[in-house]
Design a protein around this ligand. Structure first.
Ligand code: ADP
Ligand code: MG
Length: 686
């Protein structure tokens, strides 16, 4: 149970003044559903504004506060045009205050003609005219400017404004309780870190590296502790040692020899499976590295030992594909395999459930349906999870409860995590890496093309599709608002459909699962030739005939993401092409990054470079997968502070493994605060 002291933090945002259903939605979009989330919604940066007497003193692009007097309101000429308020400063310079969409209502109220107002915002130029687009503040009294000189800038979603969000954060901060100290006192003193409550308040008020470091350290300590608790729990658990005699693996008739990396990974897995402590291993390898065959070997070891194995896929289509592949490979071994998804109903389902219960089915492939309560196994000894990043540790523990003893777990992922971050990301697991591609794969011809050449690109796609092949079209990532991403994808889909007919399908994050699956299925079956998608997740299905990928505004993606996306084409020996469309928002590093995509097809190298060029947030944030291991700590902080937090956690565990002493109890509070409470539950279970 969560300690009572944390209750005010876990109250819903709806309990704050002024938050009704209308605000709850945009807040929810940012993941801000509880008071705690608001307190931890740290500013992305701060703006510092300069008060100026008149606009002659200000430079273009500068953040300023200036007194202006509105002289004229100009409504939009067309439905979509902006609303402009012309205003002049004390020197007679004219400046347009420009509003888009519904913001014009505010302008009408706040800027009456002839009345002086203090306006805070960024001075820009529109043609010959000075302008401020969507001023951050408009106020009457002169002294109000002082409060606006240094301000936090928060990540927003549609329907929220900076002042609104800042107000809510302020309310959240007022509700912070005093919490017991979980950081080792010497550590805190040496770094001059404020206590938890003050650290949060300071981090919202201005640049404060000690406060930010302390908050990051808290998060890293929580993660380290939780992972250690998982490991300790795992060591205590009894699994079943699996000794395969090789009789089924011998009968496999694979059309290729295993690569060295595959052989090594299989040996590592076999070593783990022979132990009583359940395996917790991650198999990491680029798309196409051959993870399926490794999983196949692992599962056959379980079957040789007279037990069952399950493979869990993130989507129904992926489950089906795995099933087909594995069924074909298993045929000569005589092992029984079944597919179970949420769609199976009635008799077919009953018969599979029977087979799992009486043990006639050796291997089951499916979606999370295979772990529903109604599904019982005779003797489940190994769980393979494809695309690990979609499942958290907590869910994995839930799965583990399915076996008579804790089953061994093999997680597989194509996300290339640089070595530096493996500990942070997968600290509780052992890692096997497939760092060698099967032979005979053609490098993907990667080209960077300016977005202005869109028309040529569309023509190239047309020729490709007319030649009977398939293509992916990945839409621009706008990022601030998911709805904008989707709108962009919908618009692109409509345009491409106009051009190519209904052989163009669309898949995005907000589609109902059935519609998403149906679109993917049409593409996988070859009926649809062109798949327009928003993110990497939606493109998880293998389509051998797809040999072209277009990625719009490629500079907005991380290299690791681009690499993963690109990996969807170029399977087998066919020549494939990836066109990276370069938008206009391109910085120097953006250019350098895209050039790297042409140079190398090595996912780990790209991940390392990404880290160097862009920092860890992008990578670890894996925004697209929805699994964010760290929300507070930046890459720099992870590198500086994770080793410390790790040592601190280890010492604490050595002294007080049950977390019962004074600092131990404080550490429990910390675990709950960062919602690593499964760590605490393990404690109790052990
Ligand atoms: P991953 O799941 O890692 O993305 P797959 O397991 O789907 O990759 O394998 C990709 C392709 O490579 C499959 O067609 C598979 O049959 C093939 N493959 C796997 N291992 C080898 C190998 N050692 N030599 C040649 N081809 C291989
Ligand atoms: Mg795979």
């Amino acid at each position: 149970m969560r300690p009572d002291i944390l209750n005010p933090l876990f109250a819903e945002t709806g309990t704050l003044d002024g938050v009704g259903p209308k605000l709850a939605r945009p807040l929810g979009k940012l993941g801000l559903t509880r008071v705690r989330d608001l307190a931890y919604h740290l500013p992305e940066r701060f703006v510092t504004r300069r008060p100026v007497d008149d606009l002659d003193q200000a430079g273009e692009g500068e953040q300023i506060v200036v007194a202006l007097t509105p002289s004229e309101h100009r409504a939009a000429r067309s439905g979509r045009g902006p609303y402009r308020v012309l205003a002049h400063d004390s020197a007679g310079n004219v400046c347009a205050l420009t509003y888009f969409g519904r913001a014009s209502y505010t302008a009408k109220k706040q800027l009456p003609v002839g009345e002086k107002r203090w306006v805070a915002g960024r001075l820009d130029r529109y043609g010959d005219m000075l302008q401020i687009v969507h001023p951050d503040h408009v106020s009457e009294a002169g002294d109000a400017t002082l409060g606006h000189l240094c301000e936090p800038v928060y990540a927003l979603s549609e329907g929220l404004t900076q002042p609104r969000l800042a107000g809510l954060v302020g309310q959240a901060l007022e509700r912070l309780p005093d919490l017991p100290e979980w950081i080792e006192p010497g550590q805190r003193a040496a770094r001059d870190w404020p206590d938890w409550r003050r650290a949060l308040a300071q981090a919202h008020r201005g640049e404060d590296s000690a406060a930010r470091d302390r908050l990051a350290y808290d998060e890293l300590l929580a993660k380290s502790l939780a992972l250690m608790l998982v490991r300790a729990d795992n060591r205590r658990r009894r699994g079943q040692p699996l000794a395969g005699d090789g009789r089924l693996r011998e009968r496999l008739e694979l059309p290729f020899p295993l690569t060295g990396a595959q052989t090594r990974s299989i040996a590592e897995i076999e070593g783990d499976l022979g132990q009583e402590a359940p395996m917790l291993r991650l198999l990491q390898g680029d798309v196409g590295a051959g993870k399926t065959v490794v999983a196949l070997h692992a599962m056959l070891i379980a079957v040789e030992a007279g037990r069952q194995a399950a493979l869990l896929a993130p989507t129904e289509i992926l489950a089906r594909q795995h099933f087909e592949t594995l069924r074909a490979m298993l045929r000569p071994t005589g092992a029984e395999i079944a597919l179970l998804t949420g769609r199976d109903k009635g008799r077919a389902r009953e018969s599979i459930l029977m087979g799992l219960m009486d043990g006639t089915i050796d291997v089951v492939v499916g979606t999370h349906a295979i772990f529903q309560d109604s599904v019982a196994y005779r003797d489940l000894a190994l769980v393979v999870i494809d695309e690990q990043h979609r499942f958290g540790v907590a869910q994995r523990l839930q799965l583990a409860a399915k076996g008579r003893r804790t089953p061994h777990t093999l997680a597989m992922t194509a996300t290339p995590i640089p070595r530096t971050l493996t500990l942070a990301q997968y600290g509780e697991m052992d890692v096997s890496r497939l760092d060698e591609m099967p032979p005979g794969r053609q490098p993907i011809d990667t080209r960077v093309v300016a977005q202005e050449r869109l028309a040529d690109v569309v023509e190239a796609v047309g020729r490709h599709v007319a030649g009977g092949q398939q293509a992916y079209w990945v839409c621009p990532m706008v990022r601030e608002h998911e709805s904008e991403d989707i709108a962009a994808a919908e618009a692109r889909h409509a345009a491409l459909q106009d051009r190519f007919g209904d052989g163009v399908v669309l898949v995005h994050g907000q589609l109902a699962p059935e519609r998403k699956d149906a679109a993917m299925a049409r593409f996988a079956a070859g009926e649809a030739k062109l798949l327009v998608a928003t993110t990497v997740i939606e493109v998880g299905v293998d389509v051998p005939a797809a040999t072209l990928m277009v990625i719009e505004q490629a500079e907005r993606f991380g290299l690791a993401q681009l690499h993963q996306l690109r990996g969807r084409v170029g399977r087998g020996s066919e020549k494939s092409t990836c066109l990276l469309l370069r938008g206009d928002a391109l910085s120097e590093t953006g250019r350098e990054r895209l050039a790297l995509m042409r140079e190398t097809q090595d996912g780990f190298r790209l991940a390392e470079e990404d880290l160097r060029l862009r920092g860890g947030g992008e990578l670890l944030g894996t925004r697209q997968s929805g699994d964010t291991p760290f929300r507070v700590a930046t890459l720099d902080q992870i590198q500086r502070l994770l080793p410390l937090a790790h040592d601190d956690a280890r010492l604490l565990m050595e002294r007080d493994g049950g977390l019962e002493g004074e600092r131990g109890s404080a550490a429990r509070v910390l675990l709950y605060l960062f919602e690593r409470d499964w760590g605490v539950q393990l404690l109790r279970g052990g």
